[in-house]
Design a protein around this ligand. Structure first.
Ligand code: 5GP
Length: 212
């Protein structure tokens, strides 16, 4: 993205792209993103802050920075977050410092965030590329959420209700992928990343010697 057009003076101009990936819980977003990072190792994943308690197997700073609500709210008042939102009753946010650091390392950054966060990033006029992942059907989403078994039945029901709201915002995204066959969805996601990197807005400055 061109952070040069950003309203945020503390995020330096960058020739690198911010990829926003959103989906309802259970659509397979994290598996797709993890596989994408293996195929495209120059991508950097932004690790969010959240007030949600860790699930079994989740590690601090690898899956999330797990923090208390008071600490998160203090961060909000201090402008720590590039975007943040309340999702499923918990707060989630993207650290501005982390994005700045990764862009400073000349990396494209992947944000796994919800539609509200995606809106905030767009409203800040960042030139980003956004992708929405859909499940193949409601039955399949239901099945995947229950199979995961890491959440209680009440939490799963809440996630299904929230999925309706999340999916209602799919039309705000640049691309929509249906994650039916994992390998196909992964290739589609990789194709979007590769095409975005070849946009002329990025290529012209890179290839100035040839073009001018
Ligand atoms: P989960 O608790 O299942 O890991 O994530 C729940 C939802 O929160 C997902 O839709 C996920 O994309 C979203 N989320 C995770 N991190 C962030 C963030 O930093 N900002 C926003 N806005 N949403 C996030």
């Amino acid at each position: 993205m061109f952070l040069g057009v950003s309203a945020e003076p503390d995020v330096p101009p960058s020739m690198h792209t911010l990829f926003i990936i959103a989906a309802p819980s259970g659509a397979g977003k994290s598996s797709l993103v993890n596989a994408l990072l293996k195929r495209e190792p120059t991508l950097a994943l932004s690790v969010s802050h959240t007030t949600r308690p860790p699930r079994p197997g989740e590690r601090y700073a690898r899956h999330y920075h797990f923090v208390e609500r008071a600490e998160f709210e203090k961060g909000v008042s201090q402008g720590t977050f590039l975007e943040y939102a309340e999702v499923h009753g918990n707060l989630y946010g993207t650290s501005r410092a982390m994005v700045r650091a990764k862009l400073g390392q000349e990396r494209d950054v992947v944000l796994e965030i919800d539609w509200q966060g995606a809106r905030q990033i767009r409203a800040r006029q960042f030139d980003c590329v956004s992708v929405f992942i859909l499940p193949p059907s409601w039955d399949e989403l239901n099945r995947r959420l229950r199979l995961r078994c890491t959440d209680t039945a009440a939490v799963i029901d809440q996630r299904l209700r929230n999925a309706r709201e999340e999916i209602a915002h799919a039309n705000e995204f640049d691309y929509i992928i249906v994650n039916d066959k994992f390998e196909l969805a992964l290739t589609e996601l990789q194709t979007i990343v590769r095409a975005a990197r070849l946009r002329s807005i990025l290529q012209i400055p890179r290839q100035q010697a040839l073009i001018s």
